[in-house]
Design a protein around this ligand. Sequence first.
Ligand code: ADP
Length: 325
Amino acid sequence: MTGSAIAAHGLRKSYGDKTVLDGIDLNVPTGTVFSLLGPNGAGKTTAVKILSTLVRADAGDLHVAGHDLAHQARAARAKIGVTGQFSAVDGLITGEENMLLMADLHHLPRREGRRVAAELLERFDLVAAAKKPAATYSGGMKRRLDIAMTLVGSPRVIFLDEPTTGLDPRSRHTMWGIIRELVTGGVSVFLTTQYLEEADELADRIAVLNDGKIAAEGTAQELKRLVPGGHVRLRFTDPAAHRAAAAALPRAACDPEALTLQLPSDGSQRDLRALLDRLDLAGIEADELTVHTPDLDDVFFALTAHATGAPAPSDRPAPSKETVR
Ligand code: ADP
């Protein structure tokens, strides 16, 4: 399985008569970030627990860090780090003591343990807080300590289960920087997240889990191409210009009250130039032109709306837009 940090084929897991994972395939190339998305209860945490050897699968050919989980779970475990919802941080002892405890668990000689702990506390900006009980740390500091503790064992594959849930935007960005650094260091990351922006920002490949199956898999760009919804919107202040534009662009959806026109578009330069040429030819100038390309939210809602009862993309608040004047 060289080249794959994680390779799963036919992964199955049921609890009672509820099938949580219905024979899924996953492949995470070494040194990349893979993000598993899905609505609540889709089975993301179950997948993390199985692939990190905490829970046994019912079936599947599973390899992590080059080891077959059916026969070499212990060897795989030695190369795995898990952080997230089931954090290992003990709030009653200090950050430094948590780190040293981890070093002991990994059987590092005392001096080596102290060196590694000090280095990681420094790297994760926790030196000032190192002698304080972890219970006094902010959410962001606890997550940083959690990752630092995971790194004591020099894992090659790290599972991050919703690493930024509940963090403020600044701490979230700090965490993103940390995750990018891990990957630069050659670590492979399996990330679950509720924030589509996070997957878009960090993941090389994304899979959407729904109804026990992988509903779609690919790069963020590939997934965005799966859903329609790209369009250009023109806005006018002069009703006469709006009427003239509507006549020149008969394919456009026209809103006479808002004085707008909306046309399907892939947002490409060629498409926009053709539109601008037609407006120029008719001697019409729009007051505003906005381009909307589908975002990961559109993809997620389109693929999972059925299961969650979530609103369809068109019912959602307008996503961020890129404005060209
Ligand atoms: P997610 O992380 O995507 O929110 P989970 O993996 O936590 O989803 O849960 C998937 C489904 O499996 C849920 O319906 C949950 O209730 C069920 N489940 C998870 N763990 C157990 C368990 N130990 N026993 C019974 N059902 C479980």
